[in-house]
Design a protein around this ligand. Structure first.
Ligand SMILES: Nc1ncnc2c1ncn2[C@@H]1O[C@H](COP(=O)(O)OP(=O)(O)OP(=O)(O)O)[C@@H](O)[C@H]1O
Ligand SMILES: N[C@@H](Cc1ccc(O)cc1)C(=O)O
Length: 548
């Protein structure tokens, strides 16, 4: 498995100019706020204000909590007035139909809740400390996110349905949304049912292949389900997030209205200067007009969400900077409103420096139907020591103190290898697949460990068959066959001499029990529940044999 690392994690974040594709260290100039802007801002503010929650703490309490092992995992339970489970936005529907998703508006403000407002944890500082902050459109977000006199922020992150599942790279967006939720803010996960039809050119050297409507709908439903599941099982506050689909507001938007309401405010020079456009325009293939317009679609999404849902922060990977600033610019120009922010986080990169994306090879899928919790867990369990600390900071909610302690442990002579990886694998698997998924992964890991005491049953091995190679053989061919021959005829090992060598070294296993004798043959009682066998060559190379 290739190692992965987070690229360009700066010690301090940049505040970038919104107009150019290149980072500049200056803040967005304040536009003059016209009456219309005031109305919008007030409307946005009104919607933000409902259901807000708070943290009863002072600096001392924060410090003492931050030294507890998983203070922010437990933080809502410790500090929030409400500890109810989230109302199942997440499970109320298992698929997202675009028309129903738009009805999932965040609830209306409950009067009297403002009095509960206290100083909040500063989510931007937390992200910065954990290497999850690349750039901000304005430093004002740092104060806006922790000011007790302001309503909670509403933050959104978009995901285009270009595959049926999200992947590890997308998980960063969900983690960042989750940090906002943990710090008392509200979140919107946006599925790009419309933008997925256009294709984001950001970070792509070639035009994306067009997907048919049915595939897009299926993918959108899968992604909405995954985000709801993950945020739902990790949020403790009812009504703190919704999942929307931008097809809902794009499907009836007519071209002439778009040109009048949006296109008129967009400057072609600015659009051309975006990183995603410049690179493609200079390429041999060039860029279609369709993909060129992408930034305006995502830009208008922010305008729409700002106006209708009171969303005032958009987050995304650093490749999204151009699209996010297209949105803040349009909010300034169309609505003449301040108070919209963009925040990007560094991309999770593979060891070859390429973005870990869903259309790349070897994606670590978040959907259990594409990658079992066991395989997901194993991925993190096998991460090189050099990457563990960064992954703990960016993908888990463990306190920095606890991570530092794990780092210290790793340097001790009596350190048990993979202890930190185990913790990482447990935390990330629980976050993505829930406690049940984690237990499934742990059970499978134990069952697959050569020499494990666990008695294997047919169901356990059958479940593993999705994760390891498998084959079928008739009962009469398997019975009495030597293990050496079986290893070769099933393709587990290439040659009989390789099988004999491994057996002598003690590396050949049948149903987790070491095969000691070259003469060992398959007996009726070796066939688990009369249906299945598990062969292992060493720790990692496994094969399931179904008996037909
Ligand atoms: N490797 C990554 N690291 C951090 N964020 C990522 C990564 N890949 C995608 N994202 C973020 O996930 C969000 C959704 O991205 P998107 O839907 O384009 O997925 P994608 O995996 O990049 O798709 P594709 O591979 O088709 O470009 C964006 O904010 C994007 O920046
Ligand atoms: N452009 C984003 C997805 C997205 C779509 C619509 C938005 O409004 C926001 C984000 C991506 O491909 O990564």
């Amino acid at each position: 498995m290739g190692s992965i690392f987070l690229g360009c994690v700066g010690s301090s974040s940049k505040v970038q100019s919104s107009n150019s594709g290149r980072p500049k260290k200056r803040t967005i100039p304040k536009t003059q706020r016209a009456d219309k802007g005031k109305t919008m801002a007030a409307a946005a503010s009104r919607t933000f204000f409902h259901g807000c929650h708070c943290f009863f703490h002072n600096q001392r309490l924060l410090l003492s909590l931050s030294s507890s092992p998983s203070f922010l995992t437990n933080l809502p339970t410790l500090l929030l007035p409400h500890t109810r489970r989230l109302r199942p936005f997440s499970s109320s529907s298992s698929s997202s139909s675009s028309s129903s998703s738009v009805n999932e508006t965040l609830p209306i403000h409950e009067p009297g809740k403002e009095s509960l407002l206290r100083r909040r944890f500063n989510v931007v500082e937390i992200l910065e400390q954990r290497g999850l902050l690349e750039s901000l459109t304005s430093d004002n977000l740092k104060s806006a996110c922790s000011d007790p006199n302001l309503p909670p922020l509403r933050v959104y992150c978009g995901f285009d349905p270009t595959a049926e599942s999200l992947h590890l790279g997308n998980l960063l967006g969900i983690v960042v949304l989750s940090w906002f939720l943990r710090c008392g803010h509200k979140a919107v996960a946006l599925v790009g049912g419309a933008t997925g039809r256009v294709g984001d050119p950001s970070g792509k050297s070639l035009e994306r292949p067009e997907l048919d409507a049915l595939t897009l709908e299926k993918n959108a439903a899968g992604i909405a389900y995954t985000v709801r599941r993950i945020l739902g099982q990790n949020a403790t506050e009812e009504d703190s997030f919704v999942v929307l689909d931008n097809y809902d507001w794009w499907k009836d938007f007519r071209l002439l209205d778009f040109l009048k309401q949006v296109g008129r405010y967009a400057r072609v020079g600015t659009m051309l200067s975006k990183e995603s456009v410049r690179r493609r325009v200079e390429s041999e293939q060039g860029m279609s007009f369709t993909e060129f317009t992408y930034q305006l679609l995502q830009g208008y999404d922010f305008v729409y969400l700002f106006e209708k849902e009171g969303v005032n922060v958009q987050i995304g990977g650093s490749d999204q900077w151009g699209n996010i600033t297209a949105g803040t610019d349009l909010i300034h120009k169309i609505l003449q409103a301040d108070g919209a922010y963009g925040l990007t986080f560094p991309l999770l990169l593979k060891s070859d420096g390429t973005k870990f994306g869903k259309s790349e090879e070897g994606a670590i899928w978040l959907s259990p139907s594409l990658l079992s919790p066991y395989k997901f867990y194993q991925h993190f369990f096998s991460i090189p020591d050099a990457d563990v600390s960064r992954f703990l900071k960016t993908l888990t909610f463990l306190s920095l103190e606890e991570i530092a302690e794990l780092e210290r442990e790793m340097k001790r002579p009596d350190y048990v290898p993979n202890t930190a990886q185990k913790r990482l694998a447990e935390e990330v698997t629980r976050f993505v697949h829930g406690e049940e998924g984690l237990q499934e992964a742990l059970k499978a890991t134990e069952a697959l460990r050569p020499g494990a005491e666990t008695r294997l049953d047919w169901e356990t091995i059958e479940r593993l068959a999705g994760d390891v190679p498998s084959c079928s053989m008739p009962y009469h061919e398997v019975l009495d066959l030597s293990l050496v021959d079986l290893s070769v005829s099933t393709g587990l090992l290439d040659t009989k001499s390789a099988a004999r060598r491994l057996l002598k070294q003690g590396g050949l296993y049948l149903n987790n029990s070491r095969v000691d004798s070259e003469g060992k043959k398959v007996e009726a009682e070796d066939i688990v529940d009369g249906k299945i066998l598990l062969l292992s060559a060493g720790k990692k190379n496994k094969l399931v044999v179904r008996i037909s």
